[in-house]
Design a protein around this ligand. Structure first.
Ligand SMILES: Cc1cc2nc3c(=O)[nH]c(=O)nc-3n(C[C@H](O)[C@H](O)[C@H](O)COP(=O)(O)O)c2cc1C
Length: 198
């Protein structure tokens, strides 16, 4: 496949808990023919990556096809002319939710999300906090009304996860499903009869 035909997914990692989700998504997309990731990592995420994973920030960056500095407001993903399939913020902090909702684009991650919105491309937020305050819920509600997919990394049990890795994989597969990406081995819900038949 020619480079210009590859589908670009912009990936923002912000400083909410759940950086393992981002690491797993980057690894999964790396194996998908025809897709590539364009990554921006917030300052908050640099801290959570250190707290929650055994990887360095540089190692996480190494999983993406292209990486941008969060201060580089002039990067390609800051422009609507840069062809992408949309953006996922995984995980998405409540600060970043507020920034996207208010259009306050003071870093590249926020600017790129703002561009995704204005270009009316899919924007998916794995928004994570608990409990959620009324401010968080208001911001998420308003973003949902604007067409943003609010996809909190909530655990599910119907696929019988045996580990945290299973749960992480399930959430990442669900996320990529927004782009109609079917990850090999991902068991979608087929209806009660089929699940019991397996
Ligand atoms: C270990 C750790 C876990 C955190 N988890 C969350 C979280 O789940 N949700 C959230 O909204 N903020 C969380 N925070 C706080 C954010 O990192 C902080 O608000 C930061 O300013 C977010 O900035 P960013 O969105 O630019 O990354 C956490 C911080 C740390 C250090």
């Amino acid at each position: 496949m020619a480079v210009q035909d590859r589908k670009r997914l912009v990936v923002g990692i912000s400083g909410a808990s759940g950086t393992a989700l981002a690491v797993h998504l980057l690894r999964v997309v790396r194996e998908l023919p025809g897709w590539e990731t364009h990554l921006v990592i917030s300052r908050g995420a640099e801290i959570t990556i250190g707290e929650e994973t055994d990887l360095s920030v540089e190692e996480v960056k190494g999983l993406a096809a292209a990486v941008y500095d969060n201060d580089d407001i002039g990067a390609s993903i800051a422009s609507g002319t840069f062809r992408t399939e949309g953006m996922v913020v995984i995980p998405c902090s409540m600060k970043t939710v507020a920034g996207i909702y208010s259009g306050y684009t003071d870093n590249l991650l926020l600017r790129s999300a703002d561009v995704t919105l204005k270009e009316r491309k899919p924007l998916v937020l794995l928004a994570r906090e608990t409990p959620l305050s009324t401010i968080h819920l208001r911001n998420l509600y308003e973003l949902s009304r604007l067409g943003v997919s609010i996809l909190p990394p909530m655990v599910s049990y119907y696929h019988r996860p045996a580990s945290v890795e299973d749960m992480t994989h399930h959430i990442v597969c669900k996320t990529l499903g927004v782009w109609h990406i079917q990850v090999p081995g991902y068991r979608i819900w087929q209806g009660r009869k089929n699940i019991h038949a397996e």
